[in-house]
Design a protein around this ligand. Sequence first.
Ligand SMILES: C[S@@+](CC[C@H](N)C(=O)[O-])C[C@H]1O[C@@H](n2cnc3c(N)ncnc32)[C@H](O)[C@@H]1O
Length: 244
Amino acid sequence: MRNIKKVLIDLNNNKKYFIKDLDDSFHTVNGVISKEDLQKNETLVKSDKGKKFVVLEPSFVDLWENLKRGPQIMQQKDVGLVLAKTGVNRNSRVVDAGGGSGSMCLSFANVCKDVYVYEINPEHYDVIQKNVQAFGVDNLHLKQENVYNGIIEKDIDVINFDLPEPWQAIGTAEEALKDGGFLVVYLPNLTQVQKFIESCKGTRFRVLETLELLERKWKIQDRIMRPEFEMLGHTGFLTFCRKF
Ligand SMILES: C[S@@+](CC[C@H](N)C(=O)[O-])C[C@H]1O[C@@H](n2cnc3c(N)ncnc32)[C@H](O)[C@@H]1O
Protein backbone atom coordinates (compact mmCIF):
# COMPACT_ATOMS: atom_id res chain seq x y z
CA MET A 1 0.00 0.00 0.00
CA ARG A 2 1.58 3.30 -1.07
CA ASN A 3 2.11 5.81 1.72
CA ILE A 4 1.94 8.80 -0.64
CA LYS A 5 -1.67 9.26 -1.67
CA LYS A 6 -1.48 12.41 -3.80
CA VAL A 7 1.05 14.92 -5.10
CA LEU A 8 0.20 18.59 -4.68
CA ILE A 9 1.98 21.22 -6.78
CA ASP A 10 1.76 24.92 -5.92
CA LEU A 11 1.54 26.71 -9.29
CA ASN A 12 2.67 29.97 -7.68
CA ASN A 13 6.14 28.76 -6.74
CA ASN A 14 6.30 25.24 -8.31
CA LYS A 15 6.77 23.70 -4.86
CA LYS A 16 5.80 20.04 -4.68
CA TYR A 17 4.17 18.44 -1.62
CA PHE A 18 3.63 14.74 -0.94
CA ILE A 19 0.24 14.11 0.67
CA LYS A 20 0.08 11.09 2.95
CA ASP A 21 -3.27 11.70 4.63
CA LEU A 22 -6.37 12.46 2.57
CA ASP A 23 -8.55 12.82 5.66
CA ASP A 24 -7.00 16.14 6.61
CA SER A 25 -6.71 19.51 4.90
CA PHE A 26 -3.21 20.53 3.83
CA HIS A 27 -1.57 23.82 4.86
CA THR A 28 0.89 25.67 2.62
CA VAL A 29 2.32 29.19 2.49
CA ASN A 30 -0.21 29.94 -0.24
CA GLY A 31 -3.22 28.77 1.73
CA VAL A 32 -5.07 25.66 2.80
CA ILE A 33 -6.22 22.92 0.40
CA SER A 34 -9.36 21.30 1.78
CA LYS A 35 -9.51 17.53 2.25
CA GLU A 36 -12.52 17.49 -0.10
CA ASP A 37 -10.35 18.99 -2.87
CA LEU A 38 -7.60 16.48 -2.18
CA GLN A 39 -10.04 13.57 -2.33
CA LYS A 40 -11.87 14.42 -5.54
CA ASN A 41 -10.56 13.52 -8.96
CA GLU A 42 -9.94 17.06 -10.15
CA THR A 43 -6.51 18.21 -11.21
CA LEU A 44 -6.85 21.96 -10.73
CA VAL A 45 -7.91 23.20 -7.27
CA LYS A 46 -7.73 26.49 -5.34
CA SER A 47 -6.57 27.15 -1.79
CA ASP A 48 -8.65 29.18 0.68
CA LYS A 49 -6.55 32.17 -0.49
CA GLY A 50 -7.73 31.62 -4.07
CA LYS A 51 -4.28 30.42 -5.23
CA LYS A 52 -4.03 27.71 -7.90
CA PHE A 53 -2.69 24.21 -7.17
CA VAL A 54 -2.51 20.94 -9.10
CA VAL A 55 -3.43 17.60 -7.47
CA LEU A 56 -2.04 14.44 -9.12
CA GLU A 57 -1.81 10.71 -8.52
CA PRO A 58 1.84 9.99 -7.59
CA SER A 59 3.92 8.79 -10.55
CA PHE A 60 7.03 6.63 -10.30
CA VAL A 61 9.17 9.76 -10.48
CA ASP A 62 7.28 11.39 -7.58
CA LEU A 63 7.78 8.27 -5.49
CA TRP A 64 11.47 8.14 -6.46
CA GLU A 65 11.97 11.76 -5.30
CA ASN A 66 10.50 10.72 -1.95
CA LEU A 67 12.70 7.60 -1.65
CA LYS A 68 13.73 6.88 1.92
CA ARG A 69 17.54 7.16 1.95
CA GLY A 70 19.98 4.77 3.58
CA PRO A 71 23.28 4.32 1.72
CA GLN A 72 24.27 6.43 -1.29
CA ILE A 73 21.85 5.85 -4.16
CA MET A 74 22.46 5.54 -7.88
CA GLN A 75 21.37 8.86 -9.39
CA GLN A 76 18.79 9.10 -12.18
CA LYS A 77 21.46 9.90 -14.80
CA ASP A 78 23.20 6.58 -14.08
CA VAL A 79 19.97 4.61 -13.61
CA GLY A 80 18.73 5.87 -16.98
CA LEU A 81 21.91 4.82 -18.74
CA VAL A 82 21.75 1.31 -17.26
CA LEU A 83 18.15 0.91 -18.45
CA ALA A 84 18.99 2.28 -21.91
CA LYS A 85 22.21 0.34 -22.51
CA THR A 86 20.85 -3.02 -21.34
CA GLY A 87 17.48 -2.63 -23.08
CA VAL A 88 15.52 -4.19 -20.23
CA ASN A 89 11.81 -4.59 -20.82
CA ARG A 90 8.67 -6.21 -19.41
CA ASN A 91 10.08 -9.71 -20.07
CA SER A 92 13.42 -9.12 -18.34
CA ARG A 93 14.56 -10.96 -15.22
CA VAL A 94 17.19 -8.95 -13.40
CA VAL A 95 19.51 -9.30 -10.39
CA ASP A 96 20.61 -6.21 -8.43
CA ALA A 97 23.23 -6.21 -5.64
CA GLY A 98 23.64 -4.49 -3.24
CA GLY A 99 20.18 -3.14 -3.05
CA GLY A 100 21.23 -0.12 -0.94
CA SER A 101 18.31 2.29 -0.75
CA GLY A 102 16.52 0.78 -3.72
CA SER A 103 16.97 3.50 -6.35
CA MET A 104 18.29 1.11 -9.01
CA CYS A 105 16.26 -1.99 -8.13
CA LEU A 106 12.97 -0.08 -7.95
CA SER A 107 13.75 1.49 -11.33
CA PHE A 108 14.32 -2.01 -12.71
CA ALA A 109 11.05 -3.14 -11.09
CA ASN A 110 9.25 -0.29 -12.86
CA VAL A 111 10.04 -1.79 -16.28
CA CYS A 112 11.07 -5.43 -15.77
CA LYS A 113 9.24 -8.68 -15.08
CA ASP A 114 11.16 -9.78 -11.97
CA VAL A 115 13.94 -8.20 -9.95
CA TYR A 116 15.97 -10.27 -7.45
CA VAL A 117 17.75 -8.05 -4.94
CA TYR A 118 20.63 -9.06 -2.65
CA GLU A 119 21.35 -6.79 0.32
CA ILE A 120 23.68 -7.92 3.09
CA ASN A 121 23.13 -5.12 5.63
CA PRO A 122 19.99 -5.55 7.79
CA GLU A 123 19.47 -1.77 8.15
CA HIS A 124 19.67 -1.22 4.39
CA TYR A 125 17.40 -4.22 3.87
CA ASP A 126 14.80 -2.48 6.08
CA VAL A 127 15.15 0.75 4.07
CA ILE A 128 14.52 -1.09 0.79
CA GLN A 129 11.62 -3.00 2.29
CA LYS A 130 9.96 0.29 3.33
CA ASN A 131 10.60 1.75 -0.12
CA VAL A 132 9.18 -1.34 -1.84
CA GLN A 133 6.04 -0.91 0.25
CA ALA A 134 5.86 2.81 -0.54
CA PHE A 135 6.10 2.07 -4.29
CA GLY A 136 3.55 -0.75 -4.08
CA VAL A 137 5.57 -3.09 -6.33
CA ASP A 138 5.13 -6.87 -6.23
CA ASN A 139 7.81 -8.01 -8.69
CA LEU A 140 10.80 -7.19 -6.48
CA HIS A 141 12.15 -10.19 -4.56
CA LEU A 142 14.33 -8.97 -1.70
CA LYS A 143 16.81 -11.16 0.14
CA GLN A 144 19.04 -10.32 3.06
CA GLU A 145 22.05 -12.18 1.67
CA ASN A 146 25.70 -11.82 0.71
CA VAL A 147 25.84 -11.94 -3.08
CA TYR A 148 29.50 -13.04 -2.92
CA ASN A 149 28.15 -16.37 -1.58
CA GLY A 150 26.26 -16.96 -4.81
CA ILE A 151 23.31 -15.95 -6.96
CA ILE A 152 20.76 -18.75 -7.01
CA GLU A 153 18.69 -17.44 -9.94
CA LYS A 154 19.56 -18.71 -13.40
CA ASP A 155 18.85 -17.56 -16.97
CA ILE A 156 19.02 -13.90 -15.89
CA ASP A 157 18.98 -11.13 -18.51
CA VAL A 158 20.85 -8.39 -16.61
CA ILE A 159 22.92 -8.22 -13.42
CA ASN A 160 23.79 -4.90 -11.81
CA PHE A 161 26.47 -4.69 -9.11
CA ASP A 162 26.80 -1.58 -6.95
CA LEU A 163 29.07 -2.93 -4.22
CA PRO A 164 32.71 -2.53 -3.26
CA GLU A 165 34.23 -5.78 -4.59
CA PRO A 166 32.24 -7.00 -7.60
CA TRP A 167 35.14 -9.23 -8.69
CA GLN A 168 34.18 -11.49 -5.77
CA ALA A 169 30.88 -12.27 -7.53
CA ILE A 170 32.12 -12.60 -11.09
CA GLY A 171 31.93 -16.42 -11.12
CA THR A 172 28.41 -16.56 -9.78
CA ALA A 173 27.34 -13.79 -12.16
CA GLU A 174 28.73 -15.82 -15.07
CA GLU A 175 26.63 -18.81 -14.03
CA ALA A 176 23.47 -16.80 -13.41
CA LEU A 177 23.44 -14.80 -16.66
CA LYS A 178 22.02 -16.14 -19.89
CA ASP A 179 24.16 -15.98 -23.05
CA GLY A 180 24.06 -12.44 -24.38
CA GLY A 181 23.07 -11.10 -20.96
CA PHE A 182 24.59 -7.90 -19.56
CA LEU A 183 26.64 -7.41 -16.41
CA VAL A 184 26.80 -3.79 -15.27
CA VAL A 185 29.19 -2.67 -12.56
CA TYR A 186 28.93 0.71 -10.87
CA LEU A 187 32.10 1.80 -9.04
CA PRO A 188 33.24 5.17 -7.67
CA ASN A 189 37.01 4.68 -8.20
CA LEU A 190 39.04 3.81 -11.29
CA THR A 191 41.32 1.59 -9.22
CA GLN A 192 38.27 -0.60 -8.54
CA VAL A 193 37.30 -0.49 -12.23
CA GLN A 194 40.78 -1.64 -13.19
CA LYS A 195 40.66 -4.53 -10.72
CA PHE A 196 37.22 -5.54 -11.96
CA ILE A 197 38.28 -5.50 -15.62
CA GLU A 198 41.33 -7.62 -14.74
CA SER A 199 39.00 -10.12 -13.06
CA CYS A 200 37.01 -10.53 -16.30
CA LYS A 201 40.02 -12.10 -18.02
CA GLY A 202 39.48 -15.82 -18.53
CA THR A 203 35.71 -15.51 -18.05
CA ARG A 204 32.98 -15.35 -20.68
CA PHE A 205 32.50 -11.62 -20.03
CA ARG A 206 33.48 -9.21 -22.81
CA VAL A 207 34.02 -5.70 -21.39
CA LEU A 208 32.15 -3.36 -23.74
CA GLU A 209 32.85 0.06 -22.26
CA THR A 210 33.50 2.07 -19.11
CA LEU A 211 31.99 5.53 -18.89
CA GLU A 212 30.68 8.22 -16.61
CA LEU A 213 27.90 10.72 -17.15
CA LEU A 214 28.09 14.35 -16.03
CA GLU A 215 24.81 16.24 -15.70
CA ARG A 216 24.81 20.00 -16.19
CA LYS A 217 21.59 21.98 -15.89
CA TRP A 218 21.02 25.28 -17.67
CA LYS A 219 19.39 28.42 -16.34
CA ILE A 220 16.86 29.67 -18.89
CA GLN A 221 14.95 32.70 -17.70
CA ASP A 222 14.06 35.74 -19.85
CA ARG A 223 17.37 36.84 -21.43
CA ILE A 224 19.49 34.66 -19.15
CA MET A 225 20.66 31.50 -20.89
CA ARG A 226 23.71 29.90 -19.37
CA PRO A 227 24.82 26.73 -17.56
CA GLU A 228 24.12 26.59 -13.83
CA PHE A 229 27.25 27.18 -11.73
CA GLU A 230 26.93 23.84 -9.95
CA MET A 231 26.49 20.46 -11.63
CA LEU A 232 26.06 16.81 -10.79
CA GLY A 233 29.57 15.70 -11.60
CA HIS A 234 31.30 12.46 -10.73
CA THR A 235 29.07 9.88 -9.09
CA GLY A 236 30.49 6.62 -10.39
CA PHE A 237 31.93 4.79 -13.37
CA LEU A 238 29.67 2.37 -15.19
CA THR A 239 31.30 -0.65 -16.79
CA PHE A 240 29.13 -2.62 -19.21
CA CYS A 241 29.98 -6.26 -19.99
CA ARG A 242 28.23 -8.91 -22.02
CA LYS A 243 28.40 -12.68 -21.66
CA PHE A 244 29.24 -14.55 -24.87
C1 LIG B 1 26.01 2.10 -2.53
S1 LIG B 1 24.87 0.97 -1.92
C2 LIG B 1 23.87 0.53 -3.31
C3 LIG B 1 22.89 1.60 -3.69
C4 LIG B 1 21.83 1.14 -4.66
N1 LIG B 1 22.40 0.76 -5.93
C5 LIG B 1 20.77 2.22 -4.90
O1 LIG B 1 20.62 2.64 -6.05
O2 LIG B 1 20.10 2.61 -3.94
C6 LIG B 1 25.83 -0.49 -1.73
C7 LIG B 1 25.07 -1.56 -0.99
O3 LIG B 1 25.72 -2.81 -1.18
C8 LIG B 1 25.53 -3.58 -0.02
N2 LIG B 1 26.50 -4.67 -0.06
C9 LIG B 1 27.85 -4.58 0.10
N3 LIG B 1 28.41 -5.80 -0.05
C10 LIG B 1 27.40 -6.68 -0.30
C11 LIG B 1 27.35 -8.08 -0.55
N4 LIG B 1 28.46 -8.80 -0.53
N5 LIG B 1 26.14 -8.66 -0.80
C12 LIG B 1 25.02 -7.91 -0.80
N6 LIG B 1 25.00 -6.58 -0.57
C13 LIG B 1 26.17 -5.96 -0.33
C14 LIG B 1 25.74 -2.55 1.10
O4 LIG B 1 25.19 -2.99 2.32
C15 LIG B 1 25.03 -1.33 0.53
O5 LIG B 1 23.70 -1.27 0.96
